[in-house]
Every structure is written in C-alpha cells, then in structure tokens.
Ligand binder design. Sequence first.
Ligand code: MG
Length: 240
Amino acid sequence: MTEHNAIAGFMKYAGIKEFSIKAALVDCDGVLYDSMKNHSRAWVKLMTKNGIKCSRDEFYMLEGMVGTEVIKNKFKTGLGRIVTDDEAAALYGVKARYFRELGEVPMIEGTADVLRYLKNNGIACVLVTGTQQQSTLERIERDYPGIFEERRVTGHDVRHGKPNPEPYLKGIAHSGVKASECMVIENAPLGCQAAHAAGCFTVAVTTGPISEKELYRAGADIVYPSPAALLAALPNLLQK
Ligand code: MG
C-alpha cells in the first residue's frame, strides 16, 4: 500500500474532496509503550488463578478493550459467571498489580520522534487509550513531555471501549477538528476497528505479533513495520 493509494481510498470512504490532517489521536499500549507482553502475562495470571483457561495470544487480540470489559467477557465465557461492576473493578485492581510487579515497561522506540514531528508541524496530539492502568497514565507526561497536555481519553472516560468508536469519537471532540482531519496511530485490530468506524484516517504500526494483514482487515488505511517507517512517511501523509 502506498500513501497515495491509502489516502485515495480514505477520501472515498470519508466522502471528502480534500485530505488534510490537523490532529493525531494516539493509542498508548503498543504505540507509546512496549507493554503488551507484560499485560498479556498479567492477564493470564489473573485468569489462571480464577480457573479460566486462556492463552497469551488472545489478549493481544483483545488489546484496546477496557480492562473491566475483558474481565466480564472472560468470566462469562470461561466460567458462565456474571461479574458485577464492583467485582470487575476489584479483579482489575489485581491484574493491575500483577502488571506493576513485572516492572516498568520500555517505551516503543521511535514513537517520541513521530510525536515530536507531528507537534512541530502544528498537529495536536490526543491520547486515546482503553487503559485504566494508573502506573502507565502517570508516566506519559514524563516520557512524552508537552505532547498531550490535557488532551486525554482513557478507560475511565468511556462507557464502551474499543472496538466501539466511542473512545475515538471523544478524541475527535478533544481535537476540535473533523473526524476526517484526524489521523489515528494504532497497533491493535480492535483499535483500528474503532478508529475506522469513527471516520478517522487510520495508521497502524506493527509493534507486536499481530500481522499487517490482520490490521488491514480491521480497517487500517495503511500499516507500517515500525514508528521509524511511519516517521519517514509523515511528509507524504501530511502532504508537506
Ligand atoms: Mg494499543
């Protein structure tokens, strides 16, 4: 896929005559942080301790969903048990502790350069994540200073997490521009699905085991093998 073809396809989908990116909506896990390995480990530990069979791979496919929703779904399908909101919140607290105990996750290499380039070119960045992990949310300003300021949509702010478009619709509202003027940066199929449904130009980077094909199938307009590859393509995408 070339930038030219991706943009042409998106313009047709969005019904627009002019393509102009004015804001970027940026996912957290797998884009800002190399955190999915530890998240999947923490999930498997929580589920196994509660007698639910699962594999680490399935949590990569569920990435982007709000944690308490993951718990409700897994307990329902795995144990036939309906979990209340309070129980889900408590179980999520346990999972969040397991995640923290695995240590601080590294930043994804190259993402800071992408975000700085966007900022220097007048593109406002909005954080859009399903995470409710406080230890992660607290370090973003330190690791990516001045990028997001107060423009954040987290797992605490939405009723329906990804793949529902709600998080990205809220992110669009924060950006103050039209959906078709927003570029989403994602790494997960459910996130691409949400971004595409919200009407945004959807860029994915492969930073984990999910294949390029899977991301295109979920609605990505264009997929890059790394943030560095995305950075190299940004002049084309921003039509500079
Ligand atoms: Mg992600």
